[in-house]
Design a protein around this ligand. Sequence first.
Ligand SMILES: [Zn+2]
Length: 180
Amino acid sequence: MMTMQCFQSDQIVLINDAVAMAEELVSNHYKLSATQWLRRKYDVRTAADLSPGEIITGPFAQVIRYEGRKTTVALNSEAFDFYKICLQDHAILEALERSPALRLFPFSLYIITHELIHIVRFTKFLQSFVATDSERLLEEIRVHDKTHEILEPVRVPDMTAVFDFYARWRDEFDSLRDPA
Ligand SMILES: [Zn+2]
């Protein structure tokens, strides 16, 4: 079996910075209050922490929805959704090799911002996690447009190359599923 490429430790540092920045941008954009805050609703994992079933070929990320249960209030536990953003190191690194203008920080910032927008839209019931192919395609276009809208004014270096890139690779962008 071929060994898939994984992020190195210096790349993981950039990914963590991108997660922090994406979370702040998306929370501010949607004016999420402390109780609505994204942090307890998702987790971002890279190849080092993924099980074989969470690794896929093609997309840059896969979002898996789990059902959690709050246990803070006895007798009144409330079901909630928890999302795991599984970054696909190998696909992201391959894209960086294919497209020399792409840089890891702006590219991963784009990917994570995009996935967080999906999650906010699921949690606000603006979009159902279970959707038909045509609904999903429309949602992808909306989420790409929203990602662009949020990141455009931020002026992160080399972001233009990312905007150019995703316009061409839109179809392979991500995968959304419930656990098998
Ligand atoms: Zn998407």
